[in-house]
Design a protein around this ligand. Structure first.
Ligand code: NAD
Ligand code: DAU
Length: 337
């Protein structure tokens, strides 16, 4: 049985990916490598805990000694999700972002190279391209121009993967996706934060004028893209994924309030995010043509399902919002709200 290492499988996208991957590929062995930061949660894979094809290794990818043990047995491929992923946290403290996203990726790349893996899918982000004006789209050839410590760390890791492909003929494939939403997303990102606040009639903090634009994609569509990149992505290539669903943050917030039958008075305009990117929008023609992929979940259906998931999983939300979360929330929003 092929053995695949998936890093960051206890996070939002990684856990959704593992579920999709095991459905698509019944004869695979997955080793989920995750150090369980605040964003990692074994509960996200609870429904798969008796599946013998999935094993878990609590390992920090910045720790080469522990990580190398996982490469003692043959590894077919690596699918690399593990990262510090929240822009606001990178503004508060960039250290963990450089450690995990840059150093961790380099350590993983070296081990994967030594193990001669067949494929290495590096899951990156559209934020490496910087910010768009009112028109145009990011394509795979848009120059990298990251603006936040988070996106700078992701761009650095992309460059490392590219350099390994170029220098060593390493079988790396890079994916860059726009903003995801769906079940199991940590309530620090706008959609789960706002839904969980609205459920408790707590005000939602809209940064600046709320006219920044994001291109929303359901997490399952992103995961099917990563799967397609693993299956048929060409080594050395980059593939963009997006949902063709541009919304201003204010449009998004109003949609959530309307669907949840709550008043607009819950909106609170707060101080803007420093260096806030204005607009992201993805051209995913290359992935459509080259991988036979396309997003299939409409925002209308995806967001209704997501609201329902958070309504039905209030205990999950309460658990992940306990402990250190309160400290973060206070630090992030205390002086703004
Ligand atoms: P997340 O924060 O929900 O999950 C990250 C996971 O990585 C967690 O389980 C965490 O415990 C683990 N992790 C962090 N540091 C680690 C380390 N040093 N060693 C081992 N495990 C570690 O993130 P997400 O939103 O699921 O994002 C996953 C990937 O997708 C990231 O690489 C992110 O940059 C990328 N991405 C995210 C989005 C989005 O909208 N969320 C969009 C495009 C790309
Ligand atoms: O584009 C892909 C990226 O999308 C991923 O690489 C990142 O991992 C992911 O976190 C996400 O980054 P964003 O910064 O775009 O997502 P976030 O949910 O933090 O913010 C979305 C927009 O909402 C952004 O314009 C900032 C705004 N916002 C966010 C929060 C948390 C608010 O107005 N208020 C908030 O409280």
């Amino acid at each position: 049985m092929k053995r695949i290492i998936v890093t960051g499988g206890c996070g939002f996208i990684g856990s959704n990916f593992i579920r999709l991957f095991l459905e698509q590929e019944p004869n695979l062995q997955i080793v989920n490598v995750d150090c369980l930061t605040y964003a990692g949660n074994l509960e996200n894979l609870k429904d798969l805990e008796s599946d013998s094809r999935l094993s878990f290794a609590r390992v920090d990818i910045t720790d080469p000694e522990s990580l190398q043990n996982l490469f003692l047995e043959p590894v077919d491929s690596v699918i690399h999700f593990a990262a510090e992923s929240h822009v606001d946290r990178s503004i508060l403290d960039s250290g963990p972002f450089i450690r995990t996203n840059v150093l961790g990726t380099q350590i993983l790349l070296d081990l994967a190279k030594k193990a001669s893996v067949r494929k290495f899918v590096h899951v990156s982000t559209d934020e490496v391209y910087g910010s768009l004006g009112a028109n145009g789209f990011f394509t795979e050839t848009t120059p990298l121009a990251p603006t936040s410590p988070y996106s700078a760390s992701k761009a650095s890791s992309d460059m490392l993967v590219k350099s390994y492909c170029h220098t060593f003929g390493f079988p790396g494939v890079i994916t860059r996706c726009s903003n995801n939403y769906g079940p199991y997303q940590f309530p620090e990102k706008i959609i789960p934060l706002f839904i969980s606040n609205i459920l408790e009639d707590i005000q939602v903090p809209v940064y600046g004028d709320g006219l920044q634009i994001r291109d929303w994609i359901h997490v399952t569509d992103h995961c099917s893209g990563v799967y397609a990149a693993w299956k048929s992505g060409v080594a050395g290539e980059v593939y963009n994924f997006g949902g063709r669903c541009e919304l201003t943050n204010l449009e998004l917030t109003t949609t959530l309030l309307n669907l949840m039958d709550k008043p607009k008075s819950l909106i609170k305009f707060v101080q803007d995010r420093p260096g806030h990117d204005r607009r992201y929008a993805i051209d995913c023609a290359k992935a459509e043509a080259g991988l036979g992929w396309k997003p299939v979940i409409s925002f209308q259906k995806g967001i209704a399902d997501t609201i329902r998931w958070y309504q039905e999983n209030r205990e999950w939300v309460a658990r992940v919002k306990s402990g250190a979360y309160r400290e973060y929330y206070q630090q992030q929003y205390g002086s703004r709200l």
